[in-house]
Design a protein around this ligand. Structure first.
Ligand SMILES: C[S@@+](CC[C@H](N)C(=O)[O-])C[C@H]1O[C@@H](n2cnc3c(N)ncnc32)[C@H](O)[C@@H]1O
Length: 213
């Protein structure tokens, strides 16, 4: 970490706010702003957060769903416990085949919202980082198709680049409405953007069990 990088971070308003309010990441504000604008998470809902470590999004999601809701955080890295009855954690690779089944089991049914802030470890070769990130986003979409309830929502991080448009177009087919967004808390220089899908069209029980006559 360079001195300039550290100085910049200290000046960053979201970094400072996150420290004051006890959020584990400045990213918490990206989700908070998106929820405030689009209402993608509501009290009492079931939410899964893919790539949840260190847990800033989990903290915002848990505050939003409240005691009647449930948030499940999944990451390949260990997430420090949040000590909340409405938060569950799984240490798993999202590419593991049984991830959708584990989500349904842990939530006790389909999810109302699937969040994905999944990102690979950045190696600095832009095309490689982009390709690996979009592949993670595609996996998030695949999982969402299997676990989302009818009318459910997704928020999926994407790195800008040549693969972004194809994934966005594919994802849009599953939702009544969709758009790309960049929350104010996302650094302007960061190549990240978020796909928002509202109103999942398939019925959860049909997609899992086939149409019922
Ligand atoms: C940008 S961070 C998420 C930050 C989080 N939203 C927050 O607010 O604290 C991206 C996360 O994706 C996770 N990740 C990357 N590849 C993964 C994989 N194959 N399976 C599960 N998690 C993965 C990383 O370990 C990392 O913690």
């Amino acid at each position: 970490m360079t001195g300039t990088w550290l100085a910049k971070r200290r000046k960053d308003q979201y970094y400072r706010l996150a420290r004051i309010r006890g959020y584990r990441s400045r990213s918490a504000y990206k989700l908070q702003q998106t929820i405030r604008t689009y209402g993608i998470v509501k009290p009492g809902q079931k939410v899964v957060d893919l790539g949840a470590q260190p847990g800033g999004w989990l903290q915002i999601a848990r505050e939003t769903v409240g005691p009647e809701g449930l948030v499940l955080g999944i990451d390949i890295k260990e997430i420090q416990p949040l000590h909340s009855p409405n938060v569950k954690l799984l240490k798993m690779d999202v590419y593991a085949e049984d991830v959708p089944d584990r989500i349904i089991a842990e939530l006790g049914g389909p999810a109302n919202t699937v969040l994905s802030d999944l990102a690979p470890s950045i190696i600095g070769a832009w095309d490689v980082d982009h390709a690996r990130q979009v592949d993670l986003a595609r996996r998030a979409l695949e999982i969402a198709e299997k676990v989302l309830d009818h009318h459910g929502n997704v928020l999926i991080k994407l790195f800008e680049g040549p693969e972004r448009k194809k994934l966005q177009d594919d994802a849009a087919l599953f939702f009544e409405r969709s758009r790309l967004l960049k929350p104010k808390a996302s650094r302007p220089e960061a190549s990240e953007i978020y796909f928002l899908g509202l109103g999942f069209k398939a019925r959860w029980h049909q997609s899992r069990m086939g149409p019922t006559g």
